[in-house]
Design a protein around this ligand. Sequence first.
Ligand code: AMP
Length: 429
Amino acid sequence: MSIKYVHSFEESFNAEKIRDLGSVNFKELGLSDDLIDSISYMGFEKATPIQEQAIPKILDGKDLIACAQTGTGKTAAFILPIINKLAAKETKGISTVVICPTRELAIQIDQQINGFTYFTSISSIAIYGGGDGDSWDEQKKALTSGVDIVVATPGKFIAHLNMGYMDLTTIEHVILDEADRMLDIGFHDDILRIFSYFPKDRQTLMFSATMPRKIRDLAQEILKEPDEISIAISKPAEGVMQLIYLCYDPLKTKMIKRLIDGKDSLKTIIIFSSTKREVSQIVRDLRNKNYLVEGISSDLDQSEREAVLIRFRSKQCRVLVATDVMSRGIDIKDINLVINYNVPNDAEDYVHRIGRTARADTTGIAVTLVNEEEMYKFLRIERLIEKEILKSPIPADIGESPKWNPSASQKKSGGNFRGKGKGPRRKLR
Ligand code: AMP
């Protein structure tokens, strides 16, 4: 295989042509004029490919199984046609349930619904765990007084179901979002239990970033003759400019500083690392150099995580350091640069990590720092995304770079992808 090398960050930035995703106007997809006004009010000009394909099918009443990753505009793809239908008629009771894996995602979906329904009487509520007694009462009130759309995590939805006060006979549309992730978390039985309460005569939509066997099996159980849409399975959004730096571990923090120092146009930066310990270490290192940096990992409770995300969104902090747990579902607009401090063990996580940049039709940069033992792991990612990524040595004044040699790295790590590259001893000072 030929190796594409570039020699500087700036050079790499210009090395690839970045393509726009959307080309079709929402008007062409059969949505009402009022909704199209709300869509442009939200700043969406063109439909993304998943929206272009899914919206007409959903308007048609078809069940759907869609393979689309976060960042492709999948939320609007399922919620716009549903809102279009609800706006056209009198609704009685809960008409639509969206089931998703996490509280963060539930909040984001609900926020998009609020944006699109701002000028309508359609109501929605997000239901998720971790709230206080007040929020339970509020949720109960909404669920019993005929909210139109419920966005819920499975556990919390079941908790309300168990209380017996929800009327689900009015449900017409059910959406499972990030279905693969829900199964990974272990929600399979909960999902089937929830579906056992829904009317048989309904429209069901299932969205998943990947389509493993278990997802197809679940689809067979809950969907009826679904149409199928697949958008670039396991491939990053087109607008992401990807690059790897070949870098020994002890030099990675120095390299990060080089990437972000003096680049004022990079206003929002996320650094992903595999472990909580590394997150704390990177945050400490960068804070010592006076960067506005915050860390986010499962060490923080929900309210602390949300507070960090608010500070990041409002640009009070420029760099967010996060573990993989956070790599899915964070919806922050305009992330300019994603840095992978290490190569994720799971190739899908790579796609999710870099999916934080170039959301929808914007562009962004994703840089991965690859040590001598992570090269084979990265080669597997290249195979998965069917793309060879540009490779660069680190600048010589920072230090020596390992040579790109994935097969040697496979032997070194013994096929065990948890190996840590330590670099030459003299670099450890
Ligand atoms: P999603 O894939 O649903 O997580 O969406 C990713 C982000 O893209 C969200 O912040 C949306 O608000 C935004 N988005 C979705 N569709 C479009 C569109 N057609 N034009 C511009 N932005 C969009």
